[in-house]
Write a protein that binds this ligand. Sequence first.
Ligand SMILES: Nc1ncnc2c1ncn2[C@@H]1O[C@H](COP(=O)(O)OP(=O)(O)OP(=O)(O)O)[C@@H](O)[C@H]1O
Ligand SMILES: [Mg+2]
Length: 322
Amino acid sequence: MTLAIDATDLVKEYDDVRALDGLSLSVEAGEFFGLLGPNGAGKTTFINTLVGLVRKTGGEVTVFGNDVEDDYRAVRDSIGLAPQEFNVDRFFPIREVLMHKAGYHGVSEEEAGRRADEALSLVGIYDKRHTRFDWLSGGMKRRLLLARAIVTEPDLLILDEPTAGVDVQLRHDLWEIINRLNDEGTTILLTTHYIEEAERLCDRVAIMDAGRKVTVATPDELMERGTDTITVELRDPPTAAPPIGAEVADVEEVSMEGGRLVARANRGGRTAPRLLNALEARGHEILDIEISRTSLEEVFVELTEGREQGSEQGVPVAGEAR
Ligand SMILES: Nc1ncnc2c1ncn2[C@@H]1O[C@H](COP(=O)(O)OP(=O)(O)OP(=O)(O)O)[C@@H](O)[C@H]1O
Ligand SMILES: [Mg+2]
């Protein structure tokens, strides 16, 4: 199978920072892949290495089999990038911005005009097509970055925090658009601090920290690694928790909280019936039960905690979406 991205031992050193510290990562063609990590983890540096904005210090990286340096042109033509920072010529009408972009990648003028209109309609700012970039609202600017990224009909669409600071409606619109593109075969690489977004959209996510890969897995696999909480309401609850932690496999800890029995368990959905059986066998009558699964966000925090986070933008990395 062709790999959309294949990075091996990638290193990027700045004067005093090792932004990428031996990163190895591969993304399959057609995948919807998420890149998560605290501020400064190296996500944007990695992306910039792919598109030739950053020159790697060491290691290898290919995009659809093409080396990012030796086959720069082929790589650049296959990627559409919506960058984290706005880097659009602010005086130009946005339809022209898109046409320039398509033209740069070898699309004829007529075709470029058609694609520009199509992209602007898709992201919902067609009526602003003659407006210059700096007169757009913040959310419209985000929309334009997406339009510019897709106007070349890329095989790999890279979105570096596309939903930072956008409203709920726009976020859902963007999700729908990129999901559809992915269904049609476009490989997607997405970075986000809205962990819930990755949980919803991505086939697999990589968690990065300090220029390295901490883990790669599906969101479900990652959530399996966390601990779920099973809360059971009992008739005549005991004051002390019954010692069923030892009897029921996968239950790690049991306590009474506010008259309810709270069990911390792995694979809560599968463990709950066994927990209930054990309680009934001890003569407890069960009134109600609630299972709350660990979120990807909690697992993310566990995997990256202890590191300085969020200082750069004054925003906590996890929990931002709340
Ligand atoms: N041009 C540069 N010169 C020096 N250091 C840089 C440069 N660009 C990035 N860095 C450093 O490299 C590290 C990784 O930065 P990068 O922008 O890749 O992080 P990120 O994961 O995208 O973070 P964020 O979530 O804040 O966007 C940081 O310590 C950053 O300060
Ligand atoms: Mg970044």
